[in-house]
Design a protein around this ligand. Structure first.
Ligand code: 4BW
Length: 147
């Protein structure tokens, strides 16, 4: 019933750009950054996981606090002094949901079931921003309020 409502409405055709957090507002790191820098960005931004970009602003993957802490987990304690021994590329995952700017809201909705954010790219693969689960749910809520 809800799916049918969404399908029949304009919501699935909404432009992703309306919902996107643009790249200049997205906390991110580069794959060649040392892990201590990445942990600092994650702690300061407050996010669990953030996109990893290359020098040309293309998406390479994502990295989170859990992956970083896991990489320095010793037998009895977290060995913070080992943070500078590793780079983001050593612990990041290349599995990151991504889609083009002109794809449908329906695709973003589907991806957001399993992923807290989806990276949005242009046709050359340059990173434009992210669409979060929050923005997707907010749009659905706004839409349901209207009907
Ligand atoms: O700093 C925050 N500000 C606000 N307003 N909300 C926050 C903040 N940190 C977390 N939240 C809330 C949001 O509702 O907790 C949710 C889970 O955060 P997360 O996953 O586990 O860090 C947030 O949900 P969301 O807005 O749907 O965001 C989903 C995920 O997208 C976040 C984070 O991994 C990523 N993200 C969101 N905004 C980002 C970002 N990554 C980098 N830069 C941003 N600006």
């Amino acid at each position: 019933m809800l799916l049918q409502t969404l399908k029949n409405s304009q919501i699935t055709d909404n432009e992703i750009s309306e919902l996107m957090i643009s790249q200049e507002k997205v906390a991110h790191v580069q794959s060649n950054n040392p892990l201590d820098h990445a942990l600092l960005v994650l702690i300061k931004s407050g996010y669990t996981s953030i996109p990893v970009l290359d020098k040309e602003y293309k998406v390479q993957g994502q990295v989170g606090k859990a992956q970083i802490l896991d990489s320095i987990l010793g037998m009895e304690r977290i060995e913070m002094e080992r943070l500078h021994e590793y780079f983001v590329s050593d612990v990041m995952t290349t599995k990151v949901p991504r889609m083009k700017k002109d794809e449908t809201f329906g695709k973003a909705l589907m991806l957001s079931i399993n992923h807290p954010f989806v990276c949005i790219e242009d046709n050359e693969g340059a990173f434009l921003g992210i669409m979060t689960r929050r923005s997707i749910l907010a749009l659905i809520h706004r839409h349901l309020e209207k009907i």
